[in-house]
Design a protein around this ligand. Sequence first.
Ligand code: 13P
Length: 260
Amino acid sequence: MSRTKFIAGNWKMNTTPTEAAALAADVAAAVKDVNGVDVAVCPPYTNIAAVAAAIKGTNVQLGAQNVHVVEKDGKIVTSGAYTGEIAPGMLKDAGVAWVILGHSERRQYFGETDAGVNLKIRACFEAGLLPIICVGETLEQRESGITVKVVEEQVRGAYANIPAAQAAKTVIAYEPVWAIGTGKTASPEQAQEVHAQIRALLTTLYDAPTAQAIRIQYGGSMNAKNAAELLSQPDIDGGLIGGAALKAADFAVIVKAGAK
Ligand code: 13P
C-alpha cells in the first residue's frame, strides 16, 4: 500500500503572531507547486488565527501542539472552568485539522501520560480533529535495550479502545527523545527498525489494512540534508520537524523530499 507522505512542522514555543504569519506565508509560497505530499504547520495557540489566514486556500494544513480535555462521568467536557486551557472544539472552529499529542516535551515537562493521550485522541475524533501521536524512547531506555518495550507501551496506551476506522486516520510520530533538538538523528536503519516494529504491533492490535493505513512519521533532528534518506525507508511515512521547520526554505526541501 502506498501511503501519502506527511511532513508537519512543529514550531514549538517559537514565533510571535506576526512572525508566524510571515513564516506560514513563506512556507505556503515555497511548497505551492509540490504535489503528492501532505503538509502541515503547527504554531503556538496564539498564532493559530494568523496562520489560518496566511495559509487559506493553499495546500498547507493547520495543526495545534496540544489540547486540553477533561472527562467527567464518562463524558468528555469540552468547555468550562479550566483557566488557561484550550478545548478541541475551539481548535476545530479556528481551522485546525491536526493536533500533536503526547510530545516527549509534554510528557517530560507537563506530566502527559498514555491515558491522557488516549483521552485526547477520543476527544479529537469527537470534535473532528485528527491526532499526531508522539512516541519515543530516551537515551537511557535505548541503551538499556528497552526501546521496543517503551514504544509498545506508549502505542498500546494511546490506542486503547480506539476503533479501527478511527485508528486508520491517525498519524504516529516516532521521535526518539535523544534525537530531538540534539542534531543527532536516528540512522535511517535505526528509525526504520522501530517504525516496522510499531507497524507490526498495529497489525496485532488491529489488522493488516489498518496498520498499513496508519502513517508513521519520524521526528528528531530531521533536516534538509538527511530527510531524503530517512523518507526512502519503507515504513517512514513523513516527518515531524522541529528546528528545520522554522526556516521556510529548509522545510520546503523536506516537503519536496516527501513528494518523491
Ligand atoms: P527537532 O527537529 O528540532 O529535533 O524536533 C523534533 C520534534 O520534536 C518535532 O516534534
